[in-house]
Write a protein that binds this ligand. Structure first.
Ligand code: HGY
Ligand code: MN
Ligand code: MN
Length: 395
């Protein structure tokens, strides 16, 4: 009997809010409470455990044939503010269920199985997919603002550089995750075999005008940074829709100075995030955004690239294994891309990756309404388990 829902509920004891949402910010006490709960289960299911300065938890279930490459499973334990129960933790629970099944059978896998519970996958001053970028050596010591951000968590850049590990002894990386979109739910499908993960490219955009008196400064004399930014956002949104219907642009944060009701904003700062599988589309969008900014002459715009995670493809043979595993579990799998970013993206730079999706009710995620039916969550975990068995039977 698949126990992934019970395991997930146990992890969900950490960071639960009154309204039923979850908040486990990276390096927070709630995050480490989830790490403690997960580590206890890793050990209960026979794994050796360790932690690193990036806040990751790593479990190892030793295989009987140490000469074989390891099968890595992973996802993240941090959440967005007021996020859902499933995003990240479900994939970690899926890995724990795999270890639990071996223990329940009294058997050991031939291949060593590793399980990562990553820290800081969600966007934060550390830049997102931080824990997985740390172990894969993809955190640049020159990343803007990194040293200051780490200081708040009591760590140094060098400690993060030292988290890098060698993956030459790893066979693959598998991640079980909720879709976070509405495709599977609307189509009544249960299992997605992920073909690739879109890019995540973020810019810090600053409009620099002049603060001035809100009553005595006539409209024709204003250098209003808020109005200029509003025009840029609206026109950038229009262009994004015109370029490609799979291209997405999100302006998710805004800061305004001096931030007083009776002062014309002299400076406004936003993040512009864009995603697509095809780099030429995001290149086209940022080119047009720069052109629009040039044409708004009441302020000066600064546009600085902060994060540049290119899209990645999943491994075709792993997709095959996952598809067969889903069918063996009685499901009807469908191949689909991921519009969300995942720890599998950095991992794809070091090992072949495979991802399994299950439906998100009404496509809702990153909110208290995030939900996946227990039988769908169990089907995803069963597919992961069967995929691991199939891989373990091979070389
Ligand atoms: O932003 C994302 O796509 C992921 O959920 N962190
Ligand atoms: Mn996630
Ligand atoms: Mn997320």
């Amino acid at each position: 009997m698949n126990q992934v829902n019970d395991i997930l509920k146990a992890i969900g004891r950490a960071g639960r809010n009154e309204d039923g949402s979850y908040t486990r910010a990276c390096y927070s006490p709630e995050y480490f409470e989830a790490v403690d709960i997960t580590e206890a289960m890793m050990r209960e299911y026979g794994m050796e455990t360790s932690r690193d300065a990036a806040g990751n938890l790593h479990g190892v279930l030793r295989g009987t044939e140490p000469g074989l490459k390891s099968i890595i499973i992973g996802s993240h334990l941090d959440t967005v503010p007021s996020g859902g129960l499933f995003d990240g933790a479900y994939g970690v629970a899926g890995g724990l269920e795999v270890a639990r099944r071996f223990k329940e059978k009294g058997e050991k896998p031939r291949h060593t199985i590793e399980l990562y519970a990553f820290n800081a996958e969600e966007s934060s001053p550390l830049g997102g997919t931080f824990g997985s970028r740390a172990v894969t050596g993809l955190v640049s010591p020159e990343q803007p603002g990194l040293a200051e951000a780490l200081k708040n968590y009591g760590h140094t850049v060098q400690e993060i550089m030292d988290c890098r590990r060698d993956f030459s002894g790893a066979k693959c990386y598998l991640e079980l995750h909720i879709e976070q979109g509405d495709y599977l739910f609307n189509e009544g499908l249960k299992i997605g075999v992920v073909s690739g993960i879109v890019s995540v490219i973020r810019y810090k955009v600053t409009a620099i005008g002049h603060s001035n008196h809100a009553g005595t400064t006539m409209m024709k004399n204003r250098h209003d940074a808020m109005v200029a930014m509003a025009r840029l956002i609206a026109e950038a949104d229009r262009r994004c829709r015109a370029i490609d219907d799979k291209l997405v642009l999100t302006v998710g944060t805004i800061k305004c100075w001096p931030g007083s009701e009776n002062v014309i904003p002299g400076k406004v700062e936003c993040t512009f995030e864009m995603r697509h599988m095809d780099k030429s589309k995001t290149d086209e969008l940022i080119k047009e955004i720069r052109e629009i900014a040039e044409g708004i002459d009441t302020v000066k715009f600064e546009i600085v690239n902060m994060i540049n995670k290119g899209s990645v493809s999943c491994d075709a043979s792993l997709m095959e294994v996952i598809g067969e595993a889903a069918k063996a579990a009685g499901e009807n799998p469908v191949v689909m891309p991921s519009g969300a970013g995942h720890d599998a993206n950095p991992m794809a730079h070091r090992v072949p990756i495979g991802m399994i999706f299950v439906p998100s009710r009404d496509g809702m995620s990153h909110c208290p309404e995030e939900w996946t039916e227990p039988e769908d969550a169990a089907a995803g975990a069963e597919t992961l388990y069967r995929a691991v068995l199939a891989l373990d039977a091979g070389d």
